[in-house]
Design a protein around this ligand. Structure first.
Ligand code: HEM
Length: 325
C-alpha cells in the first residue's frame, strides 16, 4: 500500500501556498527521463483533471436531471428509495474498491489510491445495517443496471486498469462534491438523527479538508503517466461511468415507482416496520416513509378492484340515503 502521508502533506503544502506541484518529484516520481518525456507530451495538452471536468459537464447535468436525483434534491426521496440507492452503491463500491486494491501498485492507478481517505465499503455496510438490520446481506439485491456497472468496473480493473481512474474520479469526487449536498437533504427529508447514523456513506473522516483533498486528488490525476490516446480513452470512460450511474438511477426510479420494489428476489409487501433499527422513536425515518406509503400504496393496484370498490361505495351511499328517507 502506498501511504499518502508525507507526500500528501507536501502536496497539500504546495496547494495551500497557491502553487501547483511543478515537478514529478513533487508528485512522488523519480525518473528524470520519464518526467521529461511526459512533460513535453503534457505541454501540448490540458491537465487530465480539467479535461475530465470539461468533458463530463454534459453528462453531469444529465445525471443531476434524472427523475431520481431531481426528487432527491427536492427532498422527496423516500426511505425505500434511499435504501435501494445505498444497496446499489454497496455493490458498486465493493467492485470499485476490489479493483482499486488489485491496482494499488500499478503506476497507472497508484497515485490516486487513497483507501484510508476514500473507501466507502465499510461506511455503506454500517448504513445498510442501520436501515435493514443485521440480516441486510440477505435482504439486498443487485439489480440489472447495478450489475452492468459492477461488470464494467471488474472488466476495467482487470483488463484496462489505465481507465480505472475515470471510475474513481466519477464516484469519489462526486461524493466529495454533490454528495455533500445530498447528505444534508437526506438527513432532513428522512429525519435521520444528527449523530450521523444512516449517513456514514457521506462522511469522510479521513479527509479533514474536502476542498484541499480534491485539489490533491486532481494533482495526483494530473501526475498519471499517459499519452494522448490513453487520455482520450479515460475521458470516454468517465462519460461511460456517468451513464452507468444514470442507468442505475433510472432503474431505482422504475423499481420504486412500481411501488413494490424487489428485495431478495421477492415482491415486498408494504411494511409498516421499515428497518430503521437504531433511529430514535421521534425522529425515526419510519414516519416519513410510512406517510409516503399511505399515499402511494394504499390505493388498490388494479383498475378492476378500484371500480368494484367505487361501485360498492356508491351502492352503500344510495342504501344509506334510502334508509334515511
Ligand atoms: C443532484 C445531484 C448532484 C448535485 C447537486 C451535484 C453537484 C455537484 C457540485 C456542486 C459539484 C462541484 C462543482 C465544482 O466544484 O466545481 C459537483 C462536482 C462533481 N460531481 Fe456532482 N452533483 C450531483 C450528482 C452527481 C452524480 C450522480 C455524479 C456521478 C455519479 C457526480 C459527479 C461529480 C464529479 C465527478 C464532480 C467533480 C467535478 C470536478 O471537479 O472535476 N455528481 N457536483
Amino acid at each position: 500500500m502506498r501511504a499518502p502521508g508525507s507526500q500528501t502533506q507536501k502536496l497539500l503544502g504546495l496547494w495551500a501556498a497557491g502553487e501547483k506541484p511543478r515537478s514529478r518529484e513533487d508528485l512522488g516520481g523519480n525518473n528524470e527521463q520519464a518526467r521529461m518525456a511526459q512533460s513535453s507530451e503534457r505541454m501540448s495538452r490540458r491537465d487530465l483533471s480539467e479535461a475530465l471536468k470539461e468533458s463530463t459537464k454534459e453528462v453531469h447535468v444529465q445525471a443531476e436531471s434524472t427523475q431520481f436525483m431531481e426528487s432527491f434534491q427536492k427532498g422527496q426521496v423516500s426511505l425505500r428509495e434511499f435504501k435501494l440507492y445505498l444497496a446499489s452503491l454497496y455493490y458498486i463500491y465493493l467492485a470499485l474498491e476490489e479493483e482499486s486494491e488489485r491496482n494499488k501498485d500499478n503506476p497507472v492507478y497508484a497515485p490516486v489510491y487513497f483507501p484510508n481517505e476514500l473507501n466507502r465499503r465499510a461506511a455503506l455496510e454500517e448504513d445498510l445495517e442501520y436501515f435493514y438490520g443485521p440480516t441486510w446481506r440477505k435482504e439486498i439485491q443487485c439489480h440489472e443496471a447495478t450489475q452492468k456497472y459492477v461488470d464494467r468496473l471488474h472488466h476495467v480493473g482487470q483488463y484496462e486498469p489505465e481507465l480505472l481512474v475515470a471510475h474513481a474520479y466519477t464516484r469519489y469526487l462526486g461524493d466529495l462534491s454533490g454528495g455533500q449536498i445530498l447528505k444534508k437533504i437526506a438527513q432532513r427529508s428522512l429525519h435521520l438523527p444528527n449523530t450521523g447514523e444512516g449517513l456514514s456513506f457521506f462522511n469522510f473522516p479521513g479527509v479533514t479538508n474536502i476542498s484541499k483533498f480534491k485539489q490533491l486528488y486532481r494533482a495526483r490525476m494530473n501526475s498519471l503517466p499517459m499519452d494522448s490516446a490513453t487520455e482520450e480513452r479515460i475521458l470516454e470512460e468517465a462519460k461511460k461511468s456517468f451513464l452507468l450511474n444514470i442507468e442505475v438511477f433510472q432503474e431505482l426510479q422504475r423499481l420504486t415507482s412500481q411501488g413494490q420494489p424487489l428485495e431478495n428476489g421477492h415482491l415486498v409487501q408494504p411494511k409498516l416496520e421499515l428497518h430503521a433499527r437504531r433511529g430514535n422513536t421521534t425522529h425515526s425515518p419510519k414516519e416519513s416513509d410510512r406517510e409516503r406509503m399511505t399515499h402511494k400504496n394504499m390505493l388498490p393496484s388494479t383498475p378492476l378492484l378500484r371500480w368494484t370498490l367505487a361501485l360498492f361505495f356508491m351502492a352503500a351511499t344510495i342504501a344509506v340515503g334510502l334508509y334515511a328517507m
